[in-house]
Design a protein around this ligand. Structure first.
Ligand code: ATP
Ligand code: FE
Length: 356
């Protein structure tokens, strides 16, 4: 089965072609991602109207490029997959309309895929792991622990009650005058910093369960910054590095401890090694990866962090989710709606079609 997948739910326009062989292996034949960073630069975030227009203008070209790079034509495609939510509604609508056009033109079935399901299923694309696995999804817009038992079987164990960690990294960078996106800039500065100089809080560790909070941590960094400026009249390079290192260490500690709590809910499967995964843009962070690797070792679990290109928004994960879900559910049909909100526990395309 060969699937053409589209993704346009945030600020990346993406298309990919994937093939599942008779033996069940999945190959990524092509994966094209076009970012919009330069369009939103200067606005301090993604501007929904600009994003929607850029998606509408770029999708066709991404599809062409993905087909060309795969060496296949539209006639060779067996199914069309598209992110049908959650996300910025303009972008999701652009993707769904483009996919409907392709499905109508080719007569091939259309699968509406949940963007978060795409992220949550990614470890299956890169590693031959059996379900279940624990997924920590951490990106610019999301932060949650998911127990993934199957292609449409997700249990949300907890998540942030305020900011997403990527957002927090971006805000910290802004506070310190570092460039955007903040994650890589904060990580680079933290390399030369002392994580112990400032005692930043580890929010919600005193509370049971795996909910997290990053807003108070962000405020603590802001207060410390302001106190330094008041004392010294400004920040030294070393202050910046130490603030970044302290913040990053706090985030890594919270993830590690909450992962331990999440593992309390992990179903034991006889003769199967538990699997802990991380995905989303924040998963690029080496300190965070190391912290999660250490926790995985404590549980005798295998640790999987997909390559960065598959951790951030891409269409290959959407194609993979479609290939996985096809075995369970039928196509969505041409009445597929674009959903700005779409809880992961309602991922079945059949449910989408029925308008639930
Ligand atoms: P979505 O939540 O819909 O996936 P998104 O496009 O914001 O939205 P990603 O592209 O997955 O999410 O991730 C981007 C986020 O990841 C940014 O907030 C960025 O700062 C953060 N990030 C990227 N690299 C790092 C890093 N090395 N350390 C920490 N955070 C990082
Ligand atoms: Fe995403």
């Amino acid at each position: 089965c060969t699937v053409l997948a589209l993704e346009s739910s945030c600020d990346d326009t993406a298309a990919a072609v994937l093939r599942r062989t008779a033996g069940g292996a999945t190959e990524i034949l092509s994966s094209v991602v076009r970012g919009q960073a330069e369009l939103h630069a200067g606005f301090g975030g993604v501007v929904p109207e600009i994003a929607a227009r850029a998606h509408a203008e770029t999708l066709d070209h991404c599809v062409e490029q993905a087909l060309e790079a795969s060496g296949l034509g539209l006639d060779d495609i067996d199914a069309i997959a598209v992110t049908a939510g959650p996300g910025l509604i303009g972008g999701v609508v652009s993707g769904v309309m483009c996919a409907k056009g392709l499905a109508a033109a080719t007569g091939k079935p259309l699968y509406g895929i949940n963007h978060l399901a795409g992220h949550a299923l990614t470890p299956g694309l890169t590693d031959a792991v059996p379900y279940p696995w624990l997924m920590l999804l951490v990106s610019g817009g999301h932060c949650q622990f998911l127990l993934v038992r199957g292609p449409e079987d997700f249990t949300r164990l907890g998540g942030t009650i305020d900011d997403a960690p990527g957002e927090a990294f971006d805000k910290i960078a802004r506070l310190l005058g570092l460039p955007q996106p903040g994650g890589p800039a904060v990580e680079a500065a933290a390399k030369d910093g002392d994580p112990a100089r400032f005692a930043f809080p580890r929010p919600l560790l005193d509370r049971a369960g795996c909910d997290m909070s990053f807003s108070g941590l962000k405020t603590a960094v802001l207060r410390t910054r302001d106190a330094l400026i008041a004392d010294q009249g400004g920040l030294t390079e070393q202050d910046r590095c130490d603030l970044c290192a302290g913040f990053q260490a706090a985030v890594a500690d919270v993830f590690a401890e909450k992962t331990r709590r999440a593992m309390d809910n992990y179903p034991k499967v006889a003769d199967q090694t538990p699997v802990i995964c991380v995905a989303g843009g924040v998963a690029a962070n080496i300190t965070i990866r190391r912290a999660l690797e250490t926790v995985s070792q404590e549980f005798g679990a295998r640790f999987i962090a997909p390559p960065l290109a598959l951790c951030t928004d891409n269409a290959a994960m959407i194609g993979y989710a479609a290939l996985e879900q096809m075995a369970i559910s039928g196509p969505s049909g041409m009445s597929l709606p674009a959903r700005p909100r779409w809880p992961l526990d309602q991922t079945s395309p059949a449910m989408l079609g029925s308008g639930k």
